[in-house]
Design a binder for this molecule. Structure first.
Ligand code: GAL
Length: 415
């Protein structure tokens, strides 16, 4: 059953203790080497620190296994995914690779690239330790192919509190309000919104659609219950173009980190980005609510547009037993509590140590586990669209930002 046909409902609040134990896998032979090659895109500032913390915990618990870091730099894995696709096609898989929870994995499952790892879920009791809706997002025809290490939130508006205070502004709660503020900011020589490469534009689109159409309307775009050609969707798309007009899309170069740098420097007022921004900004020595602050992206308060990084067991992984130990690490309390405070994400597990999450992350964990919070899945980061549909959106968006034809975009992206 496809995730797109379901409503995501994440149940919070379940607290069960778990002590780590090791498994030896299903008996499939491996090459016995004490090494594990792990493929991810966590190579840039703010991301590599999280991976390093996870690896440090892994090393401590698996002193005999050397960690071979096959990370390929580039936000949202746009470059890494191309490299990985070639490796998988050439039957040269790493021992484990990063993928998002949700429909992103469907083509790899169809191609037979990944193994069903329910046996690890059974051995490690993961189903009882993870939110129900997350397990659903990881389940394809009753099988599970990856282990989640975190929960990120996509719908966030980052800003520089001193800049807003000096101008008497507070973060806009609707995109219309953002446009009003943008006019004032522009007149003062401040860029209203910084942006980066194509995937950050898609990320912004997702946040504008969510803010304008609401949680149900946004989710309906992906499960077929919202009409892309209806007036409300068309208006939201037209608004996205107007929002984009307030950005530096014409001149922006570099990945998501330089776009955030402009907010920190006070040359831009706002940036829409997931909460990996929190990790990055902390690596610059900035303090939450002093050097930077955050609000839900306009119109999406109390909604958690979630994504989850997870790791797979590829078919033909050269070092299967070591890969299993890596997956166990990713799914463990100690792994998640080492990784997430550095990564700017909250743990996927419900029984993690909340005291380890401070600053922005204390707010994030409170919202994530609040039963009143509405959960929707990210488009840009793999939850609500498979790779084929997501690529169709990418191609259509590249044209849309040029020709601004909302009907044409709806026809191409509507699926
Ligand atoms: C997302 C990923 C995050 C973060 C971000 C920016 O796709 O899930 O963990 O790495 O890209 O690179």
């Amino acid at each position: 059953m496809g995730l797109s046909r379901r409503n995501l409902l994440i149940a919070g609040g379940l607290t069960i203790g778990l002590s780590a134990c090791s498994v030896t896998g299903d008996g499939t032979a491996d090459d016995g080497s004490g090494k594990v090659e792990v493929f991810s895109w966590w190579a840039g500032p703010g991301e590599k620190e999280g991976l390093e913390a996870l690896v440090a915990d892994f090393r401590q618990r698996n002193p005999g296994i050397e960690f071979d870091n096959a990370a390929v730099a580039g936000g949202a894995g746009t470059i890494a995914r191309t490299v990985l696709a070639t490796r998988l096609e050439n039957n040269d898989p790493p021992d484990s690779y990063q993928v998002h929870a949700g429909l992103e994995l469907d083509s790899d499952i169809e191609a037979g690239y990944v193994e069903d790892i329910r046996y690890l879920y059974d051995q490690q009791h993961w189903r009882d330790r993870l939110p129900k809706g997350l397990v659903e997002a990881l389940t394809f025809d009753g099988k599970i192919y990856s282990v989640p290490v975190n929960i990120h939130r996509a719908n966030l508006l980052w800003h520089n509190p001193a800049l807003l205070k000096a101008r008497g502004l507070t973060p806009p709660t609707s995109w219309a309000q953002f446009l009003t503020q943008a006019a004032t900011l522009k007149a003062a020589g401040i860029l209203p919104l910084s942006i980066g490469p194509a995937w950050t534009q898609k990320h912004l689109l997702e946040c504008v659609l969510l803010g304008e159409l609401g949680a149900d309307g946004y989710t309906g775009l992906w499960n077929g219950t919202t009409d892309w050609k209806a007036a409300a969707t068309q208006e939201a798309l037209a608004l996205f173009v107007r929002v984009l007009d307030q950005s530096d899309i014409a001149t922006a170069a570099g990945d998501w980190q330089p776009a955030l740098d402009k907010v920190v420097a006070g040359t831009a007022a706002y940036n829409v980005m997931g909460d990996w921004a929190d990790a990055y900004l902390r690596t610059k020595g900035l303090v939450f609510q002093e050097g930077y602050s955050v609000a839900a992206s306009p119109g999406s308060d109390k909604v958690y547009d979630f994504l989850s990084d997870s790791f797979t067991l590829p078919k033909g992984a050269p070092r299967r037993r070591a890969a299993e130990q890596w997956l166990i690490e990713c799914g463990s309390v100690s792994g998640q509590d080492a990784f997430n405070p550095q990564k700017g994400s909250v743990p996927a597990r419900l029984d993690a140590d909340k005291a380890k999450y401070t600053g922005y992350l204390a707010l994030a964990i409170a919202e994530w586990t609040d039963s009143a919070t509405r959960v929707v899945g990210s488009l840009t980061h793999g939850v609500v669209a498979g790779t084929v549909r997501s690529a169709a959106v990418d191609a259509a968006l590249a044209l849309f930002v040029q020709d601004r034809d909302t009907m044409k975009f709806a026809a191409a992206a509507g699926g």
